[in-house]
Write a protein that binds this ligand. Structure first.
Ligand code: NAP
Length: 265
């Protein structure tokens, strides 16, 4: 029994492609897969130095291949060039996690109260959340098909279930990506590819710290959660890894909500 379990857990010889793994949730997911023995192709946007440090660290700690590539999800078509580079460095693609998210100037008009929403900010969030997932998953699926299947995961958030101030732009696009996940799952299942979303409640990361009401959100989450604490990046990373194991071989088209029980309060 023990042998069977460790076999299921091992991702040795498999490759994960993940966007935005220099910090926060993406970084934690990268480490979770590396710990399971997977080789890692990951992206950064501006933090080339941190990305290089992470690649070196996982190589030393876990003896896996890890290579960082630059990617801007506001230009989703560039996923095609990224995957061509990955083809040169890795033999196969087994898992794809669409994790990167935009913030700062590019979300002006998309992150804010309803009456201040503007087309450019909203379009940017759609491009970076939904279109980037589509193009990245298409490229990944083409490679997965060649090795008999794979698993695709999109990060989502409970900002489409629970009112979160300023979050209308992100919340609506997370709802959209969850629906896109279902369509992808319905059409890629025949190729042995499963597609799911992991939706998190507020998790303590740089992204959340940029919320103007960060302290308020944090206090409210701790108050609402029956578990009495804020979410951590590893709470989502474990589920992303689990969804890519054979333990989930009949699980597709779903959104798994990890919110410390906050959405029902
Ligand atoms: N934090 C939360 O409360 C929470 C809750 C639920 C779900 N999520 C979801 O989890 C995912 C990760 O969130 P996070 O909180 O870990 O974010 P984060 O800490 O802000 O990290 C964002 C990542 O995306 C990259 N990135 C930024 N702009 C980019 C661009 N234009 N093109 C490509 N990559 C870009 C960053 O790379 P650089 O370091 O190079 O800039 C970084 O690796 C998101 O999909 C988010 O919606 C977050």
């Amino acid at each position: 029994m023990k042998e069977e379990y460790s076999h299921c857990e091992s991702m040795k010889g498999k490759t994960l492609v993940i966007s935005g793994a220099t910090r926060g949730i993406g970084k934690e997911i990268l480490y979770r897969f590396a710990k399971a023995g997977a080789d890692i192709a990951f992206t950064y946007n501006s933090n080339a130095e941190d990305a290089e440090k992470i690649a070196q660290d996982v190589k030393e700690k876990y003896g896996v291949r890890a290579i960082a590539y630059q990617l801007n999800i506001l230009e989703p078509e560039t996923y095609k060039d990224l995957f061509k580079l990955i083809d040169e460095d890795f033999l196969r693609v087994d898992y794809f996690v669409s994790n990167a998210i935009i913030s700062g100037r590019s979300v002006v008009g998309g992150f804010g109260p309803f009456m201040r929403l503007k087309p450019k900010g909203l379009c940017n969030i759609y491009t970076a959340t939904v279109t980037a997932f589509v193009i990245g998953a298409q490229e990944a699926a083409r490679r997965m098909e060649k090795v008999g299947g794979g698993s695709i995961v999109s990060l989502s958030s409970t900002g489409n279930l629970v009112y979160t101030p300023n979050y209308a732009g992100h919340g609506t696009n997370k709802a959209a990506v969850e629906t896109m996940v279902k369509y992808a799952a319905a059409e890629l299942g025949e190729k042995g590819i499963r597609v799911n979303a992991v939706s998190g409640g507020p998790i303590d990361t740089d992204a959340l710290k940029k919320f103007p009401n960060y302290e308020e959100v944090k206090a409210e989450v701790i108050k609402r959660s029956p578990l009495g604490r804020m979410g951590e990046a590893k709470d989502l990373a474990g589920m992303c890894w689990f969804l890519c194991t054979d333990e989930c071989s009949w699980l597709t088209g779903q959104t798994i909500v990890i919110d410390g029980g906050t959405s029902f309060q």
